[in-house]
Design a protein around this ligand. Structure first.
Ligand code: NDP
Length: 244
């Protein structure tokens, strides 16, 4: 598994959780990582930590819901390193709630970040990868792309959408690898934006069995590291003892 070395990898949602862990692990394995998110102080600290370890990393402020911002982010990666090998569309939000709570603005936010964010990443990166003749999209879905749970109707819908978009892109793109990663429960900041009491409680219960973000980072490294003619299309990573 030596194929991560020198790859230029743009990661959205890299300021915490799975994105942060993946940036660090990929950089340790010789990739040139470009980190994007809104909290730039966190990005700066992570980039600094990677560089201290001898890795290569850059960062840029990014709001994935803004198409032009995403284009600027991906082009920043290309301008810095000459190409873009992998785009890890990882940014996501999860303000869970029962539908009858009518948290309609939170529904919109999930659709904007989790679906439009991924589409914006594809729109920004696809022309570059097609011109290069190769590339890889890794899109973060969830076990919520495979099952629906109460309080998760809209969140799961966004992740089913990520699954469908990724599969469609894969079928249409003979030269581009497309990987959908579906994590089970992982201990991160995800869900810190839940405003509905029963959903907050449910998440605490779910989190009793959870993985560290590094478990997902290792799966990402595996998918990136395969030779160009091997496309790892789908990975589901759950805690061993988890039923969901
Ligand atoms: P975190 O909350 O730790 O990370 C989410 C990241 O997304 C942060 O870096 C955040 O950065 C970024 N983000 C949110 N909104 C935006 C935005 N508008 N523009 C740019 N970046 C944004 O959670 P995770 O690491 O867990 O989440 C990563 C992905 O994994 C998500 O897609 C999530 O749905 C998915 N996932 C997580 C699971 C879990 O149990 N943790 C399970 C299954 C899937 P900032 O706020 O600085 O912008």
């Amino acid at each position: 598994m030596s194929n991560a070395k020198n790859k230029v990898i743009a990661i959205t949602g890299a300021s915490s959780g799975i994105g942060e862990a993946s940036a660090k692990l990929l950089a340790q394995n010789g990739a040139k990582v470009v980190l994007g998110a809104r909290r730039t102080q966190k990005l700066e600290n992570i980039v600094e930590a990677i560089r201290v370890q001898g890795g290569t990393a850059e960062y840029k402020a990014l709001n994935v819901t803004d198409r032009e911002d995403m284009k600027a982010f991906i082009h920043f990666a290309k301008d810095k390193f000459g190409r873009v090998d992998v785009i890890f569309n990882n940014a996501g939000v999860m303000p869970l709630s029962p539908m009858n709570a009518l948290k309609v603005e939170e529904w919109d936010k999930m659709i904007d970040v989790n679906i439009h964010g991924v589409l914006n990443g594809i729109a920004a990166g696809l022309p570059i990868m097609e011109a290069q003749g190769d590339g890889q999209f890794i899109n973060t879905a969830s076990i919520g792309a495979h099952l629906v749970v109460p309080t998760g109707a809209v969140y799961c819908a966004t992740k089913y959408a990520v699954w469908a978009i990724s599969e469609g892109l894969r079928q249409e793109s003979p030269n581009i690898r497309v990987t959908t990663i579906s994590p089970g429960v992982v201990e991160t900041e995800l869900g810190s934006d839940i405003t509905e009491a029963s959903a907050k409680e449910a998440l605490q219960e779910f989190r009793k069995i959870s993985l560290a973000p590094d478990a997902i980072a290792r799966a990402i490294l595996y998918a990136v590291s395969q030779p160009n003619d091997v496309d790892v299309n789908e990975i589901i990573v759950r805690p061993t003892t988890s039923a969901f």
